[in-house]
Design a binder for this molecule. Structure first.
Ligand SMILES: [Zn+2]
Length: 200
């Protein structure tokens, strides 16, 4: 399914939008296609065909190394990462799938910045493309705070398929919740993205 909708007027159906919270903001034509895939039981197969593999980044240590490697490649001059972890308590919302925290402390008269990235636990089981997308997203926040043009330019610089992966990630989250067989207690995902936070 193409990420971009055809150039037709938006025919957003609020009823469809309400059933697809992860896809809010996408054109109604696209949401109808998604709803059809769900109704006909084809969404899981559609996703599996496009994203058949798993990744081996299963521990916090592996996630740190994975993130650091991407940072070395694209954001060498940004402040070092003090911590990168999977977070089981982190819940997912529409626009926030991970968190980044910048903590500044005065230590010995010097300003020390600690940069932490937390990735929702659900990404452990996600296809590798989606893990890359969320790590790229949080890394981009090291440089750009807002979700603006410069931010997304940096995301697509690090991963040219960024927008497609983000859309498909939202499809995947939608599918996980629509498929009762595979949903566990964690499937009641709510949403939250902490903004950068400053502590004295
Ligand atoms: Zn963000």
């Amino acid at each position: 399914m193409a990420r971009k909708s055809p150039a037709v007027p938006l025919t957003a159906d609020p009823a469809v939008g309400a059933r697809l919270p992860y896809l809010a903001g996408y054109p109604g034509t696209l949401l109808h296609q998604v709803q059809t895939l769900i109704d006909t039981g084809r969404l899981g197969g559609h996703l599996h065909q496009r994203y058949p593999t798993h990744h081996v980044v299963q521990t916090d240590r592996a996630l740190y190394d994975y993130t650091q490697e991407l940072k070395d490649r694209f954001l060498r001059s940004s402040p070092p990462l003090s911590k990168v972890t999977y977070d089981a308590k982190l819940h997912i919302i529409r626009n926030a799938l991970g968190t980044h925290t910048a903590i500044s402390r005065i230590q010995g008269g010097k300003l020390k910045a600690k940069r932490e990235i937390r990735v929702a636990q659900v990404f452990r089981q996600a296809p590798p493309e989606f893990l890359k997308m969320i790590v790229v997203h949080e890394l981009a926040h090291l440089r750009e705070k807002a979700h603006d043009k410069a931010f997304y330019a940096l995301c697509t610089h690090m991963e040219p398929e960024y927008h497609q992966y983000e859309f498909d990630l939202r499809l995947w989250l939608t599918w996980r919740e629509s498929d009762t067989a595979s949903s566990g207690p964690d499937s009641a995902l709510v949403s939250r993205e902490t903004a950068s936070r400053e502590e004295p």
